[in-house]
Write a protein that binds this ligand. Structure first.
Ligand SMILES: [Mn+2]
Length: 352
């Protein structure tokens, strides 16, 4: 069922042609609230606005907001607008750089019923980007859920009312991420299989778990160790020393991953014997220490972490990849992973 739902998206999506000059930034899962203490986005609000104003807008990036931007399960739209209306105006400015699209997720699909919604003109369910004849399909990801794929289904609607009218008074926090690993894995897996069959790159959000080339951070670190060990034998003595040092670093990173593991990062993202690099996830913007984004930047796709903690944060990559400060703002940018799009597409074609 989820599979045909994703096929549907591939057919109905608006297509935008992009080239090796295009710059696009993708965010998902802001869960904008009313600016009060139950607003999960509040602590990242200033950081998020700063990186839009100082990095992405002047950098000529187009903008895709990939679902669950507003938290309508908990808050009324007018209260969200009172708190974050200026941010909506900022989103619309990205139209000058190329395009801005707001794709809806399960927490904000009710916006379809609000004709006066400020971003109504750029609202859609999914978007297809075509790069040198290959397709990237962007959608929130709840469409792949075996439980919630029909927004109007009885189950989904009763869950909506439960969360809207009962969850709030009891003060459940963060239920938007209280996703079981099993459900998260089921969604990733069906998006992965769909992408391989259709030979497209899928870019989702929804699970709040960043994925790059179908791999979670744990997969990536294991894979990196394998790669280093393999290159060791052929390397000269000086290079071998460097490799040994890097293996040590990756191992420490892996160990700290296990030590701090909250379950979210420990589930393997690999779905078969070979990881086909067809699924990417931009993560979320309500992380405790920062936000993640996906950039498509002059033919390269990149997973980026924006944080206030600089080099001292526990995020993987903090030690492996250099943190760069954004114009004296106290906000740091860490590139977690990057790859050329044509290389990703040729691997999908060869392996899928
Ligand atoms: Mn969602």
């Amino acid at each position: 069922m989820p599979f045909s739902n994703l096929e549907r998206l591939l057919h109905i999506s608006e297509t935008i042609e992009i080239s090796c000059d295009s710059r696009i930034v993708i965010f998902s899962d802001l869960h904008l609230g009313d600016g009060g203490r139950n607003d999960e986005f509040l602590h990242n609000g200033l950081l998020f606005e700063t990186l839009l104003r100082k990095r992405y807008l002047p950098g000529g990036f187009s903008l895709v907001l990939n679902g669950d931007i507003e938290e309508l399960f908990k808050f009324d739209l007018d209260r969200i607008e009172a708190a974050w209306g200026e941010l909506w105006e900022l989103f619309l400015l990205f139209g000058c750089n190329g395009f801005v699209r707001k794709l809806y997720g399960n927490h904000d699909h009710a916006l379809l019923d609000h004709a006066d919604y400020r971003l109504a003109d750029v609202l859609a369910e999914s978007l297809c980007l075509r790069y040198e004849g290959q397709r990237l399909l962007l959608f929130h990801g709840h469409q792949a859920s075996p439980y919630l794929n029909e927004p109007s289904s009885l189950f989904s609607r009763s869950l909506f009312y439960f969360l809207r009218y009962f969850a709030r008074p009891f003060g459940f926090r963060n239920y938007s991420v209280s996703y079981s690993n099993r459900k998260r894995f089921a969604i990733e897996r069906s998006v992965y299989e769909f992408s391989n069959r259709s030979k497209v790159i899928s870019i989702i959000g929804h699970t709040h778990r960043p994925l790059f080339e179908s791999m979670s951070k744990l997969d990536y670190l294991n894979y990196r160790i394998e790669e280093l060990c393999r290159s060791y034998a052929e390397a000269d003595a000086i290079r071998q020393q460097t490799i040994e040092a890097e293996i040590g670093e990756v191992r420490r990173e892996l160990e700290s991953c296990y030590r701090n593991g909250n379950g979210k990062s420990l589930r393997s993202g690999r779905y078969g014997t070979i990881a086909i690099p067809s699924i990417f996830n931009s993560g979320c913007c309500i992380g405790k220490r920062g936000v993640t984004s996906l950039e498509i930047d002059e033919g390269v796709i990149r997973l980026v972490y924006w944080t206030r903690t600089g080099l001292n944060g526990p995020y993987p990559g903090d030690r492996l990849n250099k943190a760069e400060e954004l114009d004296g703002t106290g906000i740091y940018r860490v590139v977690l992973n990057e790859e050329r799009l044509d290389y990703v597409f040729s691997r999908i074609r060869l392996l899928a």
